[in-house]
Design a protein around this ligand. Sequence first.
Ligand code: FES
Length: 247
Amino acid sequence: MKIIFRIWRQNSGSEKGGFKEYEVNDLTEDMSFLEALDHLNEILVLKNEKVIAYEYDCREGICGQCGVFINGRAHGPHENMTTCQLHMRSFYDGETITIEPWRADSFPIIKDLVVDRSAFDRIIEHGAYISAKTGTAPEANSILIGKEISDRAMDAAACIGCGACVATCKNSSAALFTSAKINHLNSLPQGKLEQHHRVLDMTAQMEEEGFGHCSFTGACEVECPEGISIVNIAEMNARYMKAKIFG
Ligand code: FES
């Protein structure tokens, strides 16, 4: 199949970027989206041109590194799917596909489609851990946790930290990501010891990193490849108020 890739090229964060078009004629619909980009890079190498920088690690929808805007949508046209899980059969022969990096001040561009998401790491450092000694892997039923609570914690833990929520939000808010990390641990007995510090410190770091405020448009939930619910944000806000009073 033939595809015209319209890709954002930018040498570094301090230089101006712009779109460049590349026509590729020998793709197949069974190729993954990243394999199609790999193939384009092979062509560029043979032409002695600069390859396109993009991120990935697992290529299995787990690590959260591969996020880009594809035709104006985070991770492309499908819901609950990361860029690495997308296949070329989702596009038509002859289509022009526009690929851009995440756009947010707190995610500065490093090169082409690669952005610096270390702001997320710093939010994690401010509370996404527990100090309770758990020792070796405990017997699964040694601490009984109700199904409703364990489901809520597991749903929040599904966040892969890809940044689609921030990039999609008109305010560049990191509320969905931060709330998922807080609710994952604050829901569980092992996370209760630091529960108030966790919500206060992680939200303070979120502010420090310059992310915008949440105005509950719900766009983050729609574009999240893991389907993290914005109910997490409401829960984080309630936890924040409680921590302010009792923390
Ligand atoms: S490469 Fe790991 S989630 Fe896409």
